[in-house]
Design a protein around this ligand. Sequence first.
Ligand SMILES: Cc1ncc(COP(=O)(O)O)c(C=O)c1O
Length: 550
Amino acid sequence: MHDREFGNGTSNGNDNGTGTGTGNCNCNGNGIRNGNGIGNGNGNGNVNGNEKVKGADVIKMKPMDSEVLREKGHIMVDFIADYYRDLQDSPQDFPVLSQVQPGYLRDLLPNSAPDQPESLNELLDDVTKKIMPGITHWQRPSYFAYYASSTSVAGFLGEMLNAGLSVVGFTWQTSPAATELEIIVLDWLAKLLQLPDHFLSTGHGGGVIQGTGCEAVLVVVLAARDRILKQVGKTVLPQLVVYASDQTHSSFRKACLIGGIHEENIRLLKTDSSTNYGLLPESLEEAISHDIAKGCIPFFICATVGTTSSAAVDPLVPLGKIAKKYGIWMHVDAAYAGNACICPEYRKFIDGVENADSFNMNAHKWLFANQTCSPLWVKDRYALIDALKTNPEYLEYKVSERDAVVNYKDWQISLSRRFRSLKLWMVLRLYGSENLRNFIREHVNLAKQFEDYVTQDPHFEVVTTRYFSLVCFRLVPVDDGDEDKCNQRNRELLAAINSTGKIFISHTALSGQFILRFAVGAPLTEEKHVTEAWQIIQKHASKFTRNGNC
Ligand SMILES: Cc1ncc(COP(=O)(O)O)c(C=O)c1O
């Protein structure tokens, strides 16, 4: 007897009434099918409804029954497809910024896991009623807050395939295709970005997909640290100094601390509006000279193309020259804006990457590769491998030569790894690079449209030069130009806008000013959403701007 409610009755080869399918399942008061859940079977045919299993038979689970997967998988795909439809058709049911209070879920769920299986329908009902209210809908077209979590059908299908195969490609042998596809796809992407040849697998470098940008910067800090320690001796660790701008993502500081770099040796060099918050090369060189004179050892600079706060760009050409002059590892964090650099017109922002030792971008931010997918390229793969390799006996393989195969466990922190290249490969193949470029351009155009709205309203100002799809803006100071009062008004405006649940924007601080951020990047965003967003912002701003007075 075959039941479709999570594999009952198919696991023990016994057709003695073990099924809990349509004919046998119980329904609760809500009409929700309450048959047994995943993969239970039982020789006595007692696994019905919520009944306890009788007798001493061992319950046999069949967690991956292909027919159950087929049926339930369709239900799940329908559920998710309906979600994307409803995000557009009934947006009022999905406040972009979740409006629940902390701890809301504890009151809605039982204190312990169920002893007996529950049905998928029941579970999905809970998702709708209990989980969805606690979701901030990053995929709603009116999401304009942090850099996007970009999704696509291709990326989603890639994640599905990854979940289905569920291989763990830590060494080449544990799934040759997982390793080899990653190498090939990162070569493809490197070519789209026009990265220098030394980042390709055919040179001394190569690409690896890290989980996140944070992991990427951590592994290269470790590689650079070990490289310098090897050159000058392990005892100099307390003298090692790193550099970045004060706009650099917080993960850089964390990576340095994990890497044993002393907090007081992390130089976050000041930036301001005169360089649109990009790092001034003169500041870097001055800091390096000063540190060398003190007996410190500069070894790492993290340059950013598209900072988190305001999408500022550090000038890679002069920074790279300085890095080269002093023998410093230069890492380029292009987590967000690196994606745009597949378009020839944005490639100029990474000019100078030729002098970088490593380069990273987050394909889950703006290349439709669903969370998470953070390609990292290094110029010298052995620097990475020397810092991170492990050689436990149980992973020994007959191909022992260093160059024979890539073992990605030695390019990252963890041993286990997902087959992330699948979704990137699928995104690149199923859309083609020309479509991806056009989609990115469309987002930038929408940001430009928003920027035009802001510029035309005298109550607002655009605060930084926009390069990509992020607009930084604020209500202008009025009367006496009091910046504190202005900050407070902008803070209140942000809270009022986000409490509507209709749009979600975020904020940052630049030179002591409270700044509003409008970042385009959600896959369903269109012109009308940007226009609506501006209308909502203007409406809520009107209480500060009435009579021309803030
Ligand atoms: C410039 C930059 N670098 C690094 C990161 C961290 O990326 P992840 O969240 O993938 O660790 C971000 C995240 O927004 C970012 O904007």
